[in-house]
Design a protein around this ligand. Structure first.
Ligand code: SF4
Length: 63
């Protein structure tokens, strides 16, 4: 995504099975390689993870 990933829009590299299509490849962004998931980020389910991401996006959105 040459201009960055807008909030609320899935990454173009995200496959239908929620795996990264470029995992392990050099073109995978450095921020993705550096990210270390944690229970507080991922929650116990996809729904909890999305709720947390939504809260972060709203808290950091420009006004
Ligand atoms: S790891 Fe990075 S490149 Fe891969 S799907 Fe997630 S956001 Fe996209």
């Amino acid at each position: 995504m040459p201009h960055g990933k807008p909030a609320g829009i899935p990454c173009v590299q995200l496959r239908d099975d929620y795996a990264c299509a470029i995992f392990g490849q050099p073109e995978r962004p450095a921020v993705c390689r550096a990210l270390r998931p944690s229970p507080s980020m991922c929650g116990r389910s996809r729904a909890e993870a999305l709720a947390g991401l939504t809260a972060l996006e709203q808290a950091t959105a420009p006004h």
